[in-house]
Design a protein around this ligand. Structure first.
Ligand code: G16
Length: 543
């Protein structure tokens, strides 16, 4: 076995964003690009010598080649052992579970999540720490700093061994365990949920449609929902992962999961609909003819989690990202448990979960999860919903209506303006930030501003401070507007405008969402001047 030390030079732009480094696939395929970043991960975390890592990805185009390169680099850097998903496949939650279960030093996950894949699509590399969660900012900052100083990377000259079969292999002195991607994950799900109750539900004729969107969750959902729990064959659609996700956009929301939406709005709709994203950490929930917003889903799961064995009497607290609606806050208040507000990015939940302060957490961007791992988990959310429905007896629509009746409804929507010039997006944010101090007491499109700030987060565990996490503007009627730039896009800037309006108990909870939010939408345009800055008169994606 020959190990090479290859001369290289820093490559600009290798700064991890909200969730790892995401770029166009063709950029990742440029000579040295992947190698520089992976070597920087090893160097910035104390070197790979004698270490054990989990390695896998969502199967998108370039997944196999990248896995081969990383295996050769880990061997050349002296790693002791890799745990690799068969054929290089691991969903993000399954990878997080393996890191924790085997006590590894971390893991490298290849995915650009919900971003499209393929030769012209996106690719991504994420480093997860030993707790199974996305590396915190101090580590991603160190990795970035290393990419700017790197001069060499190390790699084995020989090709990596095949990983199409499970089993144990060696390359040099490094051991490689190729594992079934689903088995350990299924074991964990069995420990959390009442599988008998869910199986009885299906045995009684309950029908589900799970749209895997041609992405990594297909094999997981097929095995667990159909083979183990007895959902009818064919309940999982688009179940075979493809390198370009069937040419689609594996983002589980009403815009991109159109096939599921059509099925759930059809005359013969199943009882329950769900979808998951490219790497299996996001989820979308539907009842017959009804979309459950991610923010509402988090609130409902919190309210009924006691019906699942793992969570009964065990909710220490909950957390949501700042732009997520405040529906869960109301549930936490009634349950008498704390509710934490964190910046966007799953990495910010890790410290709270490690410290035992938070059991459930979620985000408006279709992520929900718990302290069973340190990533959000799409199929977990589906199974918790099924567990609740099986034990409660009501259907999704009834459960949600009763919830709104009891807590009031937080009408919520996100408007995304994609691929806008970075300069225009920065100018908009700078202008908005410049006005914040003068906004309280003023009116925008008839709405009076009560408070306005740029969200900064002091981590309650390690006291680290993260600033400039998005502008929050609250109105005197309880509505709220949040404006921030996405940290996961790969082309230009994506402006996200989050709109929320609370209608309390006894109010009309069955309005059209955009109509209910119309006053906040008008105030958003008045305050941000999106059209003036970007030339856009409407959002590209409304969810
Ligand atoms: C990632 C992060 C999430 C975040 C989402 C959107 O999700 O893990 O915490 O909410 O991106 O981030 P942004 O608004 O900055 O684009 P995923 O599923 O893409 O890994």
């Amino acid at each position: 076995m020959t190990f090479l030390t290859v001369q290289t030079a820093p490559i600009e732009g290798q700064k991890p964003g909200t969730s790892g480094l995401r770029k166009k696939t063709q950029i990742f395929r440029e000579p040295g690009y992947l190698e520089n970043f992976v070597q920087s991960i090893f160097d910035a975390t104390g070197g790979a010598a004698s270490r054990t890592y989990v390695l896998g990805g969502d199967g998108r185009f370039f997944n196999s080649e990248a896995i081969g390169v990383i295996i050769r680099m880990a061997a050349a850097n002296g790693a002791a052992r890799l745990i690799v998903g068969q054929n290089g496949i691991l969903s993000t939650p399954a990878a997080s579970n393996l890191i924790r279960k085997h006590g590894t030093d971390g893991g490298i996950i290849l995915s650009a999540s919900h971003n499209p894949g393929g030769e012209a699509g996106d690719f991504g590399v994420k480093f997860n720490a030993a707790n199974g969660g996305p590396a915190p900012e101090k580590i991603t900052d160190a990795i970035h700093a290393r990419t700017l100083a790197i001069t060499t990377y190390r790699i084995a000259e020989d090709a990596a061994p095949g990983i199409g079969e499970t089993g144990r292999f060696t390359i040099g002195d490094m051991q490689i365990d190729v594992v079934d991607p689903v088995a350990d994950y299924e074991t964990l799900m069995r420990e959390l949920f009442d599988f008998d109750a869910i199986a009885n539900l299906f045995a009684g004729g309950f029908r589900i449609c799970f749209d895997a969107m041609h992405a990594v969750t297909g094999p997981y959902a097929t095995r667990i929902l159909e083979s183990t729990l007895g959902a009818a064959e064919g309940s999982v659609i688009n179940a075979v992962p493809s390198p370009d996700f069937g040419g689609g956009h594996p983002d589980p929301n009403p815009v991109w999961a159109r096939e599921l939406v059509a099925i759930m709005n059809g005359s013969d709709a199943p009882d329950f609909g769900a979808a998951s994203d490219g790497d299996g950490d996001r989820n979308m929930i539907m009842g017959k003819g009804a979309f459950v917003s991610p923010s509402d889903s988090l609130a409902l799961l919190t309210a009924y989690a006691n019906l699942a064995p793992a969570y009964c009497g065990r909710l220490a607290g909950v957390a949501r990202s700042m732009p997520t609606s405040r529906a869960v806050d109301l549930v936490a208040e009634r349950l008498g448990i704390p509710c934490y507000e964190t910046p966007t990015g799953w990495k910010f939940f890790g410290n709270l979960m490690d410290a035992g302060k938070v059991t459930l957490c979620g985000e408006e961007s279709a992520g929900t999860g718990s302290s069973h791992i340190r990533e959000k988990d799409g199929l977990w959310a589906v199974l918790l919903w099924l567990n609740i429905l099986a034990r409660d007896g009501r259907d999704v629509v009834q459960l949600r209506a009763d919830h709104w009746r009891s807590f009031g409804r937080n009408y919520y929507s996100r408007h995304d303006y994609e691929e806008i010039p970075v300069d225009a997006a920065d100018a908009l944010m700078t202008a908005l930030r410049g006005r914040l101090a003068n906004l309280p007491g003023s009116k925008a499109a008839g709405m009076e501003v009560s408070t306005a700030d740029d969200f900064a987060y002091r981590d309650p565990i390690d006291q680290s401070l993260t600033g400039a996490q998005g502008v929050r503007i609250a109105f005197t009627d309880g509505s709220r507007l949040v404006v921030r730039l996405s940290g996961t896009g790969t082309q230009g800037a994506t402006l996200r405008v989050y709109l929320e309006r609370y209608v309390g108990r006894g109010g009309d909870h069955e309005q059209d969402v955009q109509a209910a939010l119309a006053p906040v939408i008008a105030a958003a345009e008045a305050l941000t001047e999106i059209t003036k800055h970007t030339g856009r008169s409407s959002a590209d994606v409304i969810t």
